[in-house]
Write a protein that binds this ligand. Structure first.
Ligand SMILES: Cc1cc2nc3c(=O)[nH]c(=O)nc-3n(C[C@H](O)[C@H](O)[C@H](O)COP(=O)(O)O)c2cc1C
Length: 408
């Protein structure tokens, strides 16, 4: 049966992308009804939204005809779900405080259906303590988020986290949300999970870098498993040759420093899982131009400096520490002993220790043999696919959360 989506378009530059979202939703056999805020009409017209949705567009709470024929309460109830895209800083603030001063906010307050928001705003607006507070409130109210992503902003020279997620990803996430609804919300619904995945690349010069053999398969599988259980997932990924998991917000980075920054911006979270193989060192003063054999003479010596430790930073005590911090220990010998030491040294709650020696086939392969190290001891899991390990780990994390009260 076709899913009925109520799409609320807010007044941001990204509103034009929501016209594409209407098309992506209709391609997926959804019926789309559109509400435009007053500010949204400065960016896109009701005429284009109506032509693409093939339905009339709603803009005014006090429109006598609209109210008589449909009414704002029915508008919110007739749909199977509500999407807010772009969700402006203003709309997030109004939603978080339960305001209902216009049609969009009145519908959002009156709805009893799942709500998916796709924020888009200047990175400073997204980072502002007021927006962080509103996001935390909305997550705990059960609102689902997709994005924002990192990248260039419409404003010249501005970059950071604030771009709206891609229309096709929003459409996929929306269908996943309503598709899973008949089985009830997943155990991680309303929770935010940050996962790091893949290797990092530390530049030597513009064409060379230091990397490692991590494929990202385990981290990506964990992100997908968390999304399957209903979490809002931010996946911070180093360079990998993998498709983005469906319904997951993916932030792509290259270096350890960029990965740290992306994780910092994605906080707060209920769970952080550091599965990336982050380089321990970077090259001090990477060359600005390609190093030439003829210029360097003898083989060059690279001066290395330690990278910031992402797991240790995330696990540090403080108001932004996730309730459950899980690290991975990739070892080639004494796997359990090294994993136990890493858990203590880094302050992580759990360590998933695995053997990555070449004979294990773990790096790049599809299977993994892991030991879960917690304060209570060590559990060695039987060899499994990386998807299987991911589901088991996320299942245990969801179970842990259900027994521990944490506030993000
Ligand atoms: C050119 C322009 C672009 C804007 N882009 C954004 C944006 O991307 N995100 C945002 O949160 N606000 C943006 N704003 C501010 C909103 O339009 C403003 O807060 C408005 O009140 C939002 O109304 P709404 O939330 O009811 O749609 C922009 C304003 C202008 C003039």
């Amino acid at each position: 049966m076709a899913q009925r989506v109520l799409l609320i378009i807010g007044g941001g530059i990204a509103a034009y992308k929501s016209l594409d979202l209407i098309r992506r939703l209709r391609e997926r056999a959804c019926e789309v009804r559109v509400v435009l805020t007053r500010a949204a009409q400065e960016f896109v017209t009701p005429l284009s939204a109506g032509a693409l949705s093939n339905d009339r567009v709603f803009t005014d709470l006090f429109d006598l005809d609209d109210e008589r024929e449909i009414g704002h309460i029915r508008l919110s109830r007739d749909a199977d779900m509500v999407i807010v895209a772009p969700a402006t800083a203003d709309l997030l603030a109004k939603m978080a405080t339960g305001q209902a001063g216009d049609l969009a906010t009145a519908v959002l307050l009156a709805t009893d259906k799942p709500v998916l928001v796709a924020p888009a705003m200047n990175p400073r607006m997204w980072d502002h303590p007021a927006t962080r507070r509103n996001v935390r409130q909305l997550v705990s109210d059960g609102v689902h988020f997709i994005g924002p992503k990192a990248g260039e902003m419409a404003e010249r020279g501005e970059a950071g986290v604030g771009r709206m997620a891609e229309a096709s990803d929003i459409a996929d996430a929306a269908l996943q949300l309503v598709g899973g609804r008949s089985e009830g919300p997943g155990p991680l619904a309303g929770r935010h999970v940050i996962v790091t995945s893949g290797p990092t690349h530390e530049p030597i010069d513009p064409v060379r870098y230091i990397a490692n053999r991590s494929s990202g398969k385990q981290g990506h599988a964990i992100a997908a498993a968390a999304a399957e259980l209903g979490a809002r997932v931010t996946l911070v990924s180093g360079p990998v040759a993998l498709a983005d998991p469906v319904g997951v917000d993916v932030i792509k980075v290259e270096t350890a420093a960029q990965m740290m920054e992306a994780v910092r911006s994605a906080l707060p979270a209920d769970i952080a899982i550091c599965a990336a193989a982050v380089a321990d060192w970077h090259v001090v003063e990477a060359a600005g131009q390609k190093m030439k054999k003829s210029n360097v003479g003898a083989a060059p010596t690279l001066a290395l400096a330690e990278n910031v430790d992402i797991l240790q930073t995330v696990a540090r005590r403080g108001p932004r520490r996730p309730g459950l911090v899980i690290g991975f220990a990739a070892e080639t010998e004494n796997v359990i002993e090294h994993g136990q030491r890493k858990r203590k040294d880094k302050g992580a709650d759990w360590i998933v220790a695995n053997d990555v020696s070449p004979s294990s086939g773990t790096f790049g392969g599809d299977r993994n043999t892991v030991h879960l190290i917690t304060a209570d001891g060590v559990t060695s899991w039987p060899p499994d696919s990386k998807d299987g390990v991911a589901r088991l780990l996320i299942g245990q994390a969801a179970d842990w959360l259900s027994h521990h009260r944490i506030d993000v």
